[in-house]
Structures are given as C-alpha cells and as structure tokens.
Design a protein around this ligand. Structure first.
Ligand code: SAM
Ligand code: SF4
Ligand code: SF4
Length: 334
C-alpha cells in the first residue's frame, strides 16, 4: 500500500548504493587525505548481496517506488554488477537507471543495456583536463569519460544526462564550455550546487556557485527560458535554450531547497535505510534480512521508518548545521 511520511510525502524514488568504493577521489566527495590507502572500506561480507538488494527492492516497489537508481561509490567497480541490473530489471514498472563516473562504461555499457538498464547519468566536472584531473584527483582524463558516454549512446542507454558539480575556485570557468559542448551533443547537462554532504569535504558556503548564477552565466551567451518540471519532486529545475537547441537542468539543493517534495529513500551498501541525504543515522535492514525476518516484517519496518520521516535538512541548512555528523556521500550515493 502506498503511504506518506509526516510531511505528506510519498515514497517514489530509491537510490541504491552498491559499494562504498570508488576509483576516483573527487575532492568534494572522497578527498584523498581521508580516503587514503589506510581507509577502511566495508568488508565484503558486510555489503548486501545482489539477492538481498533485489529482495528489498521488490518490497520498496510494493510500497510505491517507481524509480531505482544504482549508485555508490562507483557502481561499476562492484563485481558482476550487470547481474544485479538483470535481477532488478525484472521488477515490473520500475524505471531503472544508474549514476556513474563513466570510467568503466566503455567496458560495460553493452552488457548493462542487455541486462535491462534503461538510461544513465554520467558525472563530469570539466572538459579541461587540468581542471578535471584536479577534481577527480586520480589523473583520469576527460577523453575516457567522453568515450564512455559515446559507448552508452551507441548502445542506446538514452537519454544521457551529464552531472557537473560546480565548486567555486575549481571549475566555474568550465560552465560555458560544458554547456556549449553538450548542447551540441544533445545530452542534458545538469549543474549541481556543491553540497555539504558528509563531513570530510571541508564545505563552505563561499564555495557554492548558486544555480541562479549558473543560469545567468549561460543565459548571457545562450538565452534560456524556464521549463515546467516533468513530474512533482523532480530535483532539477529545467531550462530550455530559446533557439530550441535543447535543455539544461540546475540542481539548487543549497540555495533553493526542494525538501517539500522529496520522495527519495536511500539504501547504503551495508543495508541501511536513510531517509535523507544528510541523515545522521540509517535504519538497519541488513540485520533484519540476515536475522530471518519475513518480507512482511521487513515491509512493515520500512513503512514505519517512512511514516515517521520528517527530514528537511536543506531547508534548515545554515552555517551551524555544517558541522553536524552526517553520512558520507560515497556511502549513500547522492
Ligand atoms: N561515482 C558515481 C558518480 O560520481 O557519478 C556515483 C556516486 S556520486 C556520490 C553521485 C553524484 O553525487 C555525482 O554526480 C557526484 O558528482 C555528486 N556529488 C558528490 N559529492 C558531492 C557534493 N559534495 N556536492 C554535490 N554533489 C556531489
Ligand atoms: Fe567517486 Fe562519484 Fe564520489 Fe567522485 S563523486 S569520488 S566518482 S563516488
Ligand atoms: Fe530530501 Fe533531505 Fe535533500 Fe531535503 S535535504 S531534499 S529531505 S534528501
């Protein structure tokens, strides 16, 4: 039975983090100083199996979830991920998609498509190698990500969306070149305001370039007009190029919070349910799964957690909330 939380928000969207590991060290997400060679990732037996993930996903679907996004860490570093995609793609009426850094797409795009993945979002923060490498911090070149996108397009994982996190002092000079390039390509580019996720990225409000500023920068060269959202709860505010050559999105999580319509739950790689990206605490589903609970019992637990949900961190955000304990982005996948 579909149900709502304390602020009357239904549960529609589930993000599943399949691993806490990643082959990049993006400075705003997994800074090297913290996620170094001595960092303790989850041991394999603490990570949900594909069977466990699929079992939970079916319960979430029964509760009204319509969209499942695989994320991480980097989802494609999880061994055999295409098998999970084929298992999840058998759940009826689910829009199945993935967010990836694109590095492994040349290798896996075809298999993902064959397994039933519908679309894909690829993260890329600049077309300038110097800037991009400074941001991914593992010397990974732009061309390889573009090659991943091309392969995804070729096999029909469309429409491709491109996510660009904008951080002041790092990549604001890349906003226009990215907009020009992806307008030409016909991919939907989405600009994401830099967020204070986790507590390792040293976030400061001064580092945020607002969605408004981003739209102004692009509009000055390529005039834009606002578009209606595709559906209630869509996080990206949509803008269309006035000459009809495509659209962009801006995700203004910091300057224009959208908690009011937030219908997303997040499942971490270790099987905890988070009801907010900025949650302090997750609800342990793995213990239930491994402790022999029935589907009915787990479903009721999920319903209870959602029924008590009152999260609206972004609406309450201030300089004072920055230092509150929070889960890391690489654990719950953005
Ligand atoms: N590794 C995959 C990727 O990078 O696409 C999936 C996981 S990543 C955590 C999901 C998304 O979160 C990416 O688009 C990434 O750019 C974004 N992200 C990570 N840290 C962020 C931050 N501090 N502020 C805003 N977006 C962030
Ligand atoms: Fe890895 Fe994605 Fe985080 Fe970058 S944003 S470090 S690619 S999980
Ligand atoms: Fe949803 Fe929490 Fe983000 Fe608000 S802050 S939009 S409740 S995830």
């Amino acid at each position: 039975m579909p149900f709502t939380d304390l602020l009357n928000r239904p549960l529609r969207d589930l993000r599943i983090s399949v691993t806490d590991r990643c082959n990049f060290r993006c400075v705003y997400c997994m800074p090297k100083e913290i996620f170094g060679s001595d960092y303790h990732y989850l041991p394999h037996d603490q990570v949900l199996t594909f069977e466990e993930i699929t079992r939970l996903a079916r319960m979430f679907a029964a509760h009204g979830v319509k969209k499942i996004r695989l994320t991480g860490g980097e989802p494609l570093v999880r061994k055999g991920l295409t098998l999970l995609v084929s298992m999840l793609s058998q759940i009826p009426d689910i829009d199945l998609t993935m967010t990836t850094n694109g590095s492994l797409l040349p290798r896996y795009a075809q298999a993902l498509k064959d397994a039933g993945l519908k679309r894909i979002s690829v993260s890329l923060d600049s077309l300038d190698n110097e800037v991009f490498k400074a941001m991914n911090d593992v010397d990974f070149p732009v061309e390889k990500v573009l090659e991943g996108m091309e392969t995804a397009q070729k096999v029909g994982l469309e429409p491709i969306k491109v996510n660009m996190v904008v951080k002041r002092g790092m990549n604001e000079s890349s906003i226009l070149p990215m907009a020009r390039f992806f307008r030409e390509k016909g991919y939907i580019l989405r600009f994401i305001e830099y967020m204070d996720v986790g507590h390792t990225n040293g976030w400061r409000m001064d580092d945020v370039i607002s969605a408004k500023e981003i739209v102004e920068i692009i509009n000055a060269e390529m005039p834009l007009e606002p578009l209606d959202p595709n559906y209630t709860g869509e996080v990206a505010e949509r803008w269309r190029y006035k000459d009809g050559s495509g659209e962009i999105g801006v995700i203004a999580s910091v300057t224009q919070p959208f908690c009011r319509d937030c219908n997303r739950a997040r499942l971490s790689a270790e099987g905890k349910l988070y009801t907010c990206l900025f949650a302090v605490k997750g609800h342990d589903l793995k213990s239930l799964l491994r402790g022999g609970a029935t589907d009915e019992e787990i479903s009721q637990f999920i319903a209870r957690v959602w029924g008590r949900r009152a999260d609206r961190y972004s609406e309450l955000r201030s300089e004072n909330t920055v230092d509150l304990p929070k889960v890391e982005m690489s654990h719950i996948g953005g």
